[in-house]
Ligand binder design. Structure first.
Ligand code: 0L1
Ligand code: MG
Length: 266
């Protein structure tokens, strides 16, 4: 249950401040459940909402939503079994060829994703793949930068949801396609770092079909009495395991039909 809570609003506010300060100071913290073992998923999303409010109060704009832990590779890498969602913001948005300072982050990783931009709002519950497809305007390649605020990327589901699913930024490039122009399942992705192939994957790694991530997002949002709004960019989740990046790394991600996205970490 995404709306089941055991903590009060004061605790949600305190925990949002703890996560926010960790991100701003770039100092990793311990899992939130160490102090609040009774925390439920509803609390975790309430902390995420409070974090969003703190960021918006500083003038940061939410540009979209993201699904996390949608691939078997990522679930295995993180030792969890549930997909979750968070939000993405303009202060972490980069364009193709961007230079990205690693000192903005604690221990950044990147993962290649397929993003969708919504033409119309999508609201669950019981949302279907057909309804999701009808609501999508276009598809584009996007690389997510993740940076857990927890030491050594060690967290449980409650802590990682509260931490906005490790969201830290994203890079868009390549070219957009209509859904009718792309086979999402077989869309191949090759992620290179410093000229070496680091990860390879295909769209089907995301819940069998990236559209399923959009469906799951709409249905999860419905549990929280909200929707995926029109115009929203949805990051559907990592196609591959995430890789660490360091200053000096040049990353080029090649998509079969969505072009390439490039970035350099400095
Ligand atoms: O986008 C993601 O799949 C990240 C979800 C949170 C877990 C992690 O930090 O990898
Ligand atoms: Mg991701």
């Amino acid at each position: 249950m995404l709306n089941e809570c055991a903590l009060n609003t004061k605790a949600h506010t305190l925990l949002a401040e703890r996560v926010d300060n960790a991100a701003r100071d770039r100092i990793a913290i311990g899992m939130l459940t160490a102090d609040y073992p009774q925390m439920k998923l509803g609390d975790a999303y309430a902390v995420q909402n409070a974090l969003r409010a703190r960021m918006e109060a500083r003038g940061i704009k939410v540009t979209g939503l993201k699904m996390g832990l949608t691939s078997r590779a990522k679930m295995l890498q993180m030792g969890v079994s549930e997909s979750l969602h968070g939000f993405i913001t303009d202060d972490g948005a980069y364009g193709d060829g961007a230079e990205i300072p690693v000192n903005r982050y604690i221990h950044p990783r990147i993962e290649a994703e397929i993003a969708m931009v919504m033409k119309t709002a999508l609201r669950g519950p019981n949302c279907t793949v057909q309804q999701a497809a009808a609501a999508i305007d276009f598809v584009l390649p996007a690389i997510e930068i993740i940076d857990s605020r927890f030491a050594d990327f060690k967290f449980d589901i409650m802590s990682v949801v509260a931490d906005n699913t490790s969201a830290a930024g994203y890079v868009v490039g390549g070219r957009s396609r209509r859904l009718s122009e792309i086979d999402l399942l077989t869309e191949g992705i090759v992620l290179t770092r410093n000229g070496q192939v680091a990860e390879v994957g295909a769209g089907a790694a995301v819940l069998g079909n990236p559209l399923e991530a959009v469906v799951m997002l709409a249905n999860q949002r419905a549990e929280l009495n909200t929707e995926i709004p029109a115009g929203c960019m949805v990051m559907t989740g990592g196609v591959t395991a995430a890789i660490h990046v360091h200053a000096g790394d040049v990353v080029v991600v090649h998509y079969q039909s969505l072009g390439a996205v490039r970035m350099r970490f400095v």
